[in-house]
Every structure is written in structure tokens, then in C-alpha cells.
Design a protein around this ligand. Structure first.
Ligand code: NAD
Length: 331
């Protein structure tokens, strides 16, 4: 049995995490869940966003599966996700974007992995109100973090037999910050023969993604661009309900869906658990339970390929519970 920290999260979080727990159990995953609350729920009860018990749990277990957490827009508390990524030094956010065979989507043959730098850039949170009507945010880029994410992208490309890494930047305008990021990735790329380095300005990348997404293999980019591009890419394959993700650090890893807590559909049995389920299969690979992951992926594909067993966001009729049962019966 492998102990894994679990956070149900807010909004649709509890529905989708319970769905994923049922499927993993039915597939024979050897996991002992260590459940904790973080974010809005704990904040309202205790005034703490990330309780010490959760920190201890993740430090001991090394791995967490996390449902989405709500962050107030504008004022209120700082994003729990951004705080956690900094606390545990989860420097890489990895989001695979792949068209699912048999599921109608606008594009075919999309198969890219977005590797987003997760620790600095404008998300570092260095923001000030300078005076009434004037605010300032600082974009922080270091060679150390840029080279680290560059290496992560190239190592991943090498491990998965990928042929091209595209570095996405805006160094034509932000010559010091994005210039340093681009220079750092170029430096890393020189050590990997057999993997092509492609360079693309972020606005052009957005256009290329919607006109010819199948050209992308691995993308490496800064924090803000990566956040936006990965949601754009999720839209290419059928929406946020299908986009999984992982936050990887030196010692810990948190697996979570790309989407948020979807308050508009929370508690209505409308949530699609696929993104969290795919994040969980990536987690199973990470903890050496790949045979269970493969069994789940094959049952998921079979379920999604049948129009009768799809969730409503994908044009089907099933709710989260019915979809979960359909996957379990396909295991
Ligand atoms: P969202 O991703 O929660 O929702 C966007 C749209 O996609 C909504 O219409 C929603 O109903 C739909 N959707 C999302 N996930 C779905 C699923 N699994 N099945 C079916 N439909 C789904 O984005 P938002 O509304 O901008 O954010 C809501 C909250 O989530 C905010 O507080 C935000 O800060 C937070 N958030 C958290 C995370 C995280 O915890 N990792 C990520 C993104 C946003």
C-alpha cells in the first residue's frame, strides 16, 4: 500500500475526487488515502489556508492527488495553488493535451505536452499599489529556474521519444526577462542532440495552436504564458473536463486537473471527472503502479468512445456518478 495525500477541494472537487477514488479502488490500485482540507474550506473554519497537518502529510508521502480549490478574484486570499507550488518548490507544471480517439472534437491528432515554469514570472506575487490609481507588478525570471524547466522539458522529451521542443516567449519585447528565459533554454537545448529546438513568440503560438495544433510536440514556456496556453490547448481537445496536470518538484508532486472548482455546476452531478482521473493515472505511473493506470486508461477510452456513456459537457447524458459506474463496468 502506498500512502497518498488527498485533497477533495472546493466546488465540484468532492464529486470528482470521490469518483476517482472509486475507480482507482475498483481497478486495484494499492493506495491508502491520507485526506486533508486546504484552501477556502479550512480558511473559513480556521483562518489558515495551508494547515501544518497537510504540509507534514505531503512531506511524508511525497505525492498528492488534489481537487480544484477556489480563489477569490481581485482581493481576498492569495491563490492556494500558487502558494503551494512555491512552498513545495513544485517548479514544473506538466499538462499533456491529446485528442481522445472516438470522441468528436474540432481537431484530430493533437498530441502535445505543455511544460510550464511554475515558480516565478508575474506569478511570484510581487505586486504593489504605488499610489491611488497606479499599481505595479514585477516579472521575475532567473537563469536557474529557466534552465531547470528547460532541462525538465528536454528530459521528458527524451524519455518519451519526442522529437521537438518549442520554447514560447516574448523576447522581442521583454528583452531582459524573456530574453534570459530564451537564452537559458537555448543553452540547455545544446546538450540534447536529436531533439529539435523550435522558437515561437507567444502571440504567434496562440494563432498556430488554433490553426495547426498537430505541429506541436513538447512546449516549454514561462508561468503566465503556460497558464493561458494550456487552457487554450484544453479547448482544442474538447474542453477543460479532459485536461490533466501535474505539479512536479524535487521531492514532492501534486497531481490535479487543469480546470477549476466550477462553482456554476457544483453539487449538480454535472462534473466530468476525466481530467482528474487522467491526472490520477499519471500519478499511478509516478508511484510505479503503471499496470493499474493502463487498465483505467483503457476503460476510460472505451467509455468515452461510446456516445451513450458520455457526460453532458461532451454531449452525453450521464452525470458524474453514472459516468463513474460506466468506467468501472468497463474495467
Ligand atoms: P473553471 O475551470 O472552474 O470553470 C470554467 C468552465 O468550465 C465552467 O463553465 C465550468 O462549469 C466548466 N468546467 C470546469 N471543469 C469542468 C468539469 N470537470 N466538468 C464539466 N465542466 C467543467 O474556471 P473558473 O470558473 O474560472 O474558476 C473557478 C474557480 O476555480 C476560481 O476560484 C479559480 O481560481 C479556481 N481554479 C482553481 C484551479 C486549481 O485548483 N487548480 C485551477 C483553475 C481555477
Amino acid at each position: 500500500m502506498r500512502k497518498v495525500t488527498l485533497v477533495e477541494g472546493d466546488g465540484i472537487g468532492p464529486e470528482i475526487t470521490q469518483s476517482v477514488q472509486h475507480i482507482l479502488e475498483a481497478a486495484g490500485a494499492q493506495i491508502e488515502w491520507d485526506a486533508h482540507e486546504i484552501g477556502l474550506t479550512t480558511y473559513e473554519k480556521t483562518g489558515t489556508l495551508i494547515p501544518q497537518e497537510f504540509i507534514d502529510s505531503l512531506e511524508n508521502n511525497g505525492v498528492a492527488l488534489k481537487g480544484p480549490t477556489t480563489t477569490p478574484v481581485g482581493g481576498g486570499h492569495r491563490s492556494i495553488n500558487v502558494s503551494m507550488r512555491q512552498l513545495f518548490k513544485l517548479y514544473a507544471n506538466v499538462r499533456p493535451i491529446k485528442t481522445i480517439k472516438g470522441l468528436p472534437s474540432r481537431y484530430e491528432n493533437v498530441d502535445m505536452i505543455i511544460v510550464r515554469e511554475n515558480s516565478e514570472d508575474l506569478y511570484k506575487g510581487i505586486e504593489y499599489k504605488v499610489s491611488e490609481g497606479v499599481a505595479q507588478g514585477i516579472k521575475l525570471i532567473t537563469a536557474e529556474a529557466s534552465e531547470r524547466i528547460g532541462r525538465h522539458a528536454f528530459e521528458l522529451a527524451q524519455k518519451l521519444g519526442r522529437k521537438k521542443v518549442t520554447v514560447v516567449h516574448k523576447a522581442n519585447i521583454m528583452k531582459f526577462t524573456d530574453g534570459l528565459f530564451l537564452e537559458s533554454v537555448r543553452k540547455v537545448a545544446a546538450n540534447y542532440t536529436g531533439i529539435e529546438l523550435d522558437e515561437l513568440i507567444v502571440d504567434n503560438c496562440c494563432m498556430q495552436m488554433v490553426t495547426k495544433p498537430e505541429q506541436f510536440d513538447v512546449i516549454v514556456t514561462e508561468n503566465l504564458y503556460g497558464d493561458i496556453l494550456s487552457d487554450l490547448a484544453a479547448g482544442l481537445i474538447g474542453g477543460l473536463g479532459l485536461a490533466s496536470g501535474a505539479n512536479i518538484g524535487q521531492k514532492q508532486a501534486i497531481f490535479e486537473a487543469a480546470h477549476g472548482s466550477a462553482p456554476d455546476i457544483a453539487g449538480k452531478d454535472l462534473a466530468n471527472p476525466t481530467a482528474l482521473l487522467m491526472s490520477a493515472t499519471a500519478m499511478l505511473d509516478h508511484i510505479n503502479q503503471s499496470d493499474v493506470a493502463a487498465r483505467i486508461e483503457s476503460a476510460l477510452k472505451k467509455t468515452l468512445a461510446n456516445p451513450e456513456t458520455r457526460t453532458k459537457d461532451l454531449g452525453g447524458t450521464l452525470g458524474c456518478k453514472g459516468f463513474t459506474e460506466a468506467i468501472i463496468s468497463n474495467l
